[in-house]
Design a protein around this ligand. Structure first.
Ligand code: UDP
Length: 411
């Protein structure tokens, strides 16, 4: 299926100039002018849900507004295809691959169906993640470049699945990863693109202070006392119990409340177990607020982040950590584990504080609660850092420069 324009709120480039300044937008227009008459196709496997669809929902309309004809196609498949690609996804993250070799045939069969169904005639094609990777067989010589945009951590993949995918990846003109640590040794050039957030989305836009206050009230959180928050799915890798332990240490010395907010516990049995464990660890402390949010709650998340004194992200493993980006954008002091993409965002003692343990987390939260001027400085620097590197407009600029690079190379 081709996705027309799914954005409910259609922010224009002009709206972004209100946030970023007009020079930034003029730069995008100048780059795009050099691509006049060129066309692009984005392909992924879902139009809604998940970070990739969220980013494409903004990048595609912005590219179009910049005058580059951009098509967004979604790969289709039956349940059997998505069962295979889910198993691939887990295996590429290092888990065992339990399926029989039929899985590879299923993957190839749906790839072929989609190759026959979709049109591939743009100058550039950007294929997102492993699901559509085998579409590369449809590349024609008239096209300028096909790039594979990998959003997942490929540093320790299951070898069997990777051996199957690698020959497809090596036929692209380049591969894009979200962190140097996620990349593989490949025969094609590799590029680093950071994920990004939309400053005008419901999750990140400015909110009326009264809305923030009402949201805190709704969740029975006291706005007059410090609020320490971690927003995350209830998943062990996000270490919510470690967060409770850190809070309990802080609480011996400073008054504060803890908010642990996340969703997914209704349809994910494991999340439910984690939620129960967190409840047990919290005990009867009325200052710990465990919020099981509905899956789509961007305004609530925005308000909780904005109402917080300190944002924590104490993950044991992490992809990029968009909750960190969101906290920094809201000028909050962030205390976060030095894992995955977090150190690219949190530069220790400059844009936030990096930690490696429960005790370290407690120490840094206490430090921030008793040094509000430093906390504010970190938050301001964090906001600037996100503005420069992790906004949706940076992703658009990155694509434009990559396309220009391919044109220059005469590919
Ligand atoms: N998020 C959400 N609801 C929740 C928990 C998280 O919408 O209950 C959002 C959060 O604001 C962020 C994204 O989901 O935008 C999580 O991305 P991140 O990279 O932090 O972690 P992931 O869940 O992808 O491991």
């Amino acid at each position: 299926m081709t996705v027309a324009s799914t954005a409910a709120h259609a922010s224009t480039l002009e709206d972004y100039s209100g946030v970023l300044g007009s020079a930034e937008i003029a730069e995008l227009r100048a780059l795009a002018a050099r691509l006049e008459g060129r066309s692009t196709q984005m392909v992924n496997s879902t139009a809604v849900g998940g970070g990739v669809a969220e980013m494409l929902n903004r990048i595609v309309p912005l590219m179009r507004e910049l005058g580059i004809e951009t098509r967004w196609d979604v790969m289709t498949g039956g349940e059997d295809f998505f069962a295979v690609t889910k198993a691939f996804h887990n295996a590429l993250h290092g888990e065992d691959f339990q399926m029989s070799d039929d899985a590879f045939d299923t993957f190839l069969r749906y790839s072929e169906e989609n190759r026959a169904r979709l049109r591939f005639d743009t100058d550039f094609a950007v294929i997102h993640d492993p699901q559509p990777a085998a579409l590369i067989d449809a590349r024609s010589d008239r096209q300028t470049a096909w790039v594979w945009r990998c959003h997942i951590d490929l540093s320790r993949p299951n070898q069997k699945v990777w051996n199957f995918l690698e020959p497809f990846v090596n036929r692209y003109d380049g591969a894009i990863f979200s962190s140097p640590a996620f990349a593989r040794r490949l025969r094609v050039p590799q590029y680093l693109f950071f994920p990004s957030i939309d400053p005008l989305s419901e999750k990140n836009r400015e909110l009326e202070p009264s809305f923030v206050a009402t949201t805190l009230e709704r969740f029975h959180i006291d706005p007059r006392r410090p609020i320490v928050t971690q927003i995350s799915r209830f998943d062990r890798l996000k270490d919510p119990i470690g967060v409770v332990r850190a809070y309990q240490i802080v609480k011996r010395y400073s008054d504060c409340q803890l908010v642990l907010a996340g969703g997914g516990a209704d349809d994910d049995p494991e999340a439910n177990v984690v939620l129960e464990e967190v409840g047990e660890a919290a005990g009867k402390d009325g200052d710990i607020h465990i919020l099981n949010l509905p899956p789509w709650s961007p305004l609530e998340i925005n308000a909780l982040q904005r109402g917080s004194t300190v944002i924590i992200q104490k993950s044991l493993r992490e992809g990029f950590g968009l909750t960190v980006t969101e906290g920094l954008w809201k000028k909050k002091p962030v205390v976060a584990s030095a894992v995955g993409g977090i150190p690219a965002q949190v530069i220790h003692k400059h844009t936030g504080l990096l930690v490696h343990s429960v005790e370290g987390t407690a120490y840094q939260v206490r430090f921030l609660l008793s040094n509000p001027a430093i906390a504010q400085r970190l938050g301001e620097a964090g906001h600037q850092h996100v503005r420069e590197h992790f906004l949706i407009t940076s992703s658009v600029r990155r694509f434009l420069t990559l396309f220009l690079h391919f044109l220059k190379n005469g590919q």
